[in-house]
Design a protein around this ligand. Structure first.
Ligand SMILES: *[C@@H]1O[C@H](CO)[C@@H](O)[C@H](O)[C@H]1NC(C)=O
Ligand SMILES: *[C@@H]1O[C@H](CO)[C@@H](O)[C@H](O)[C@H]1NC(C)=O
Ligand SMILES: *[C@@H]1O[C@H](CO)[C@@H](O)[C@H](O)[C@H]1NC(C)=O
Ligand SMILES: *[C@@H]1O[C@H](CO)[C@@H](O)[C@H](O)[C@H]1NC(C)=O
Ligand SMILES: *[C@@H]1O[C@H](CO)[C@@H](O)[C@H](O)[C@H]1NC(C)=O
Ligand SMILES: *[C@@H]1O[C@H](CO)[C@@H](O)[C@H](O)[C@H]1NC(C)=O
Ligand SMILES: *[C@@H]1O[C@H](CO)[C@@H](O)[C@H](O)[C@H]1NC(C)=O
Length: 540
């Protein structure tokens, strides 16, 4: 039947190639990819896909595939791994012969060396690039292109005039990616979850997951019948599956400290790469009628940039400044704003809660930090709600009655021109195979499509993933390498729908403040301005 499967898959592939015009951005040039087959996580339960969804998944996996990295030395010495302090970047003079005008592209070549000072011969390092000017409060994210031979190009769009300084950061050496990839393959359950079961005076706690290792113990199947989202707990010994009371996060399952060497802050994790020569350029005024030129086929511009600390979008809606509480309430007047997701969306609820004096939060007697929340501004007729997404969620103690999948919640929203739906879901999926995230987004997208077809005027805004402050623990549970893939998957999956993205990835990369899971207030204010500009495109 294997042959049959491949045959039907192949036929399907051909069909889609012929009639589908999906375009996928290819950032990795080669076809050497870390194989997504032969996965060890066969104890993870993924819901079945339709052929169309399976083909989409295949394309998504291909678009995020990371180049194969060399086998790790054992015992693990840093010697042959990427060393940011010995690596360098060089600004290339380009077609303009060392002169750049606003609107041009700037190319920077990064060369990686190991701790012995030998040039690296393979790719796969995780790099972030930023062009900035501190006193102008300006910053823009660069695109990174892996040449798979130890060198990388980063390309910057030049949106402002004057000085600009290049900054390249090694997030992880390629060898660390090998470890992170292997971790997800072998330990997709490295963060474990728990549920309390109780009936009368008997109570028991058992372990729960999407990836629940098979044992002799019977299992309770909590797969959601509407969305098909899987979830399982070991059955308590003396209680029935119906006695489940709550859901909470366990700890990291075992010690991964043996890999510490590859994840050292200041040595090989989130470290700047020095410039060989100058890191600065001077950008001249825009040349009239000058044709844009493309570098390495990287045609898409960044989504925006900071100037005087204010985020300006480079496509789509113009970003307005809603810098007083009355400007915000004026925009939200008569509106219902439903927010769903993880703590990075809760941050937006908190922003409105603290910024709008007339918005009063009700105490719904939920756990602090877990929600759900509801706040009302009677005078302006504004309702704002927040609810966390369904499992996997690493919150402490969510009652089972409050565990809801976003897709199901969206089905209970009537929608319309006065309804705003805000989604942000990414950080709790990082320890799992990306297939789980893809399926979750597919089910949310189906609900968004239903919502937009019954109420096309509904405003749907989605916040993407962002880089964070990495420690060893944070890396193992939520490395930027995982978030980078989630960010790409999310952006691709919602392309072409009438939904608006708040590009948290670029807004954090481009900003001068340090990367943080919960970005600091100046970044949140800019995100809220983008959100409100989608809701109120013409500020009234
Ligand atoms: C340019 O380089 C100088 C000296 O290396 C540095 O002090 C300055 O901050 C850099 N950045 C800009 C934007 O001028
Ligand atoms: C790596 O590949 C790029 C692009 O093909 C090429 O320009 C560069 O010279 C190569 N570098 C080395 C060290 O081979
Ligand atoms: C769990 O329940 C769902 C829905 O009833 C079903 O489709 C699935 O096969 C079950 N999974 C297992 C492992 O029993
Ligand atoms: C279940 O009940 C039996 C008999 O009362 C008891 O020995 C056992 O410890 C209980 N199991 C748990 C996990 O509480
Ligand atoms: C608020 O934004 C407006 C532009 O919309 C600007 O003119 C004004 O200076 C800003 N105020 C503050 C306090 O930043
Ligand atoms: C909203 O603001 C009130 C008053 O400052 C505060 O007590 C409450 O905890 C806030 N709620 C959230 C979810 O931050
Ligand atoms: C990042 O995490 C490290 C280690 O916990 C901490 O020392 C540092 O202050 C953090 N940086 C920021 C900007 O939060």
């Amino acid at each position: 039947w294997c042959l049959l499967f491949f045959l039907s898959f192949f036929i399907c592939l051909m069909c889609f190639c012929l009639c589908c015009s999906l375009s996928f951005q290819n950032t990795v040039k080669s076809n050497i990819y870390i194989s997504h087959t032969g996965r060890h996580y066969n104890f993870c339960h993924f819901q079945p896909l339709t052929l169309k969804e399976a083909y989409e998944e295949h394309l998504l996996l291909k678009s995020i595939a990371w180049p194969e990295t060399p086998p790790l030395p054992f015992p693990l010495y840093l010697s042959k791994t990427s060393d940011p302090s010995r690596s360098t970047f060089t600004i290339l003079s380009g077609r303009g012969g060392g002169q750049w005008h606003k609107g041009d592209n700037l190319e920077v070549l990064v060369k990686m060396y190991d701790f012995h000072g030998h040039p690296k011969k393979s790719g796969g390092d995780v790099l972030l690039a930023r062009l900035h000017h501190p006193t102008l409060g300006a910053g823009v994210a660069g695109q990174v292109m892996d040449h798979l031979n130890g060198s990388y190009s980063t390309v910057f769009y030049l949106p402002w005039e004057g000085n600009a300084e290049v900054e390249v950061t090694l997030v992880h050496p390629s060898e660390a990616v090998t470890v992170l990839h292997r971790l997800t393959k072998k330990h997709p359950d490295r963060i474990y979850f728990k549920s309390l079961f109780r009936s009368g005076s008997i109570s028991e706690i058992t372990t729960c997951n999407v990836c629940l290792r098979p044992t002799q113990r019977p299992v309770c199947n909590y797969t959601d019948l509407r969305t098909g989202e899987p979830w399982f707990c070991y059955k308590p010994e003396n209680l029935s599956c119906d006695a489940r009371i709550d859901h909470s996060k366990g700890k990291l399952k075992r010690s991964f400290m043996t890999m510490e060497t590859l994840f050292q802050r200041g040595i090989n994790m989130k470290v700047f790469i020095p410039a060989s020569g100058s890191a600065n350029v001077t950008v001249l005024p825009k040349k009239k009628g000058k044709a844009q030129f493309l570098l390495h086929g990287l045609k898409s511009r960044p989504s925006g940039y900071y100037y005087r600390g204010v985020w300006r979008a480079l496509h789509g809606t113009t970003v307005h400044q809603f810098n007083t509480s009355s400007a915000i309430s004026q925009c939200l007047k008569g509106k219902v704003v439903h927010m769903y997701g993880d703590s990075t969306i809760r941050q937006w609820f908190e922003y409105f809660n603290t910024t709008l004096p007339d918005l009063k939060e009700f105490n719904l007697h939920g756990q602090k930090k877990t929600g759900p929340y509801m706040a009302l501004d009677d005078a302006h007729n504004i309702l704002v709600t927040y609810r966390c997404h369904g499992p996997p969620i690493r919150f402490s103690k969510v009652p089972v009655s409050e565990l809801r999948y976003i897709a199901n919640e969206l089905d209970s929203v009537t929608g319309g021109s006065d309804t705003v739906v805000v989604l942000g879901i990414w950080a709790h999926f990082s320890t799992f195979p990306i297939e789980l995230y893809i399926r979750r987004l597919q089910s949310i997208r189906r609900a968004v499509v239903r919502l937009l077809s019954r109420a096309p005027d509904t405003r749907v805004v989605i916040r993407t993933a962002n880089p964070k402050n990495l420690t060893l623990y944070e890396t193992i549970t939520n490395s930027d390498w995982y978030s980078l893939q989630q960010d790409k998957v999310l952006k691709t999956m919602f392309k072409g729908l009438n939904v608006h993205l708040v590009d948290a990835w670029e807004m954090v990369v481009a900003h001068y403040l340090p990367h943080s899971l919960h970005p600091q207030p100046p970044i949140i204010e800019n995100m809220i301005n983008v959100l409100l500009s989608y809701i109120c495109p013409k500020k009234g």
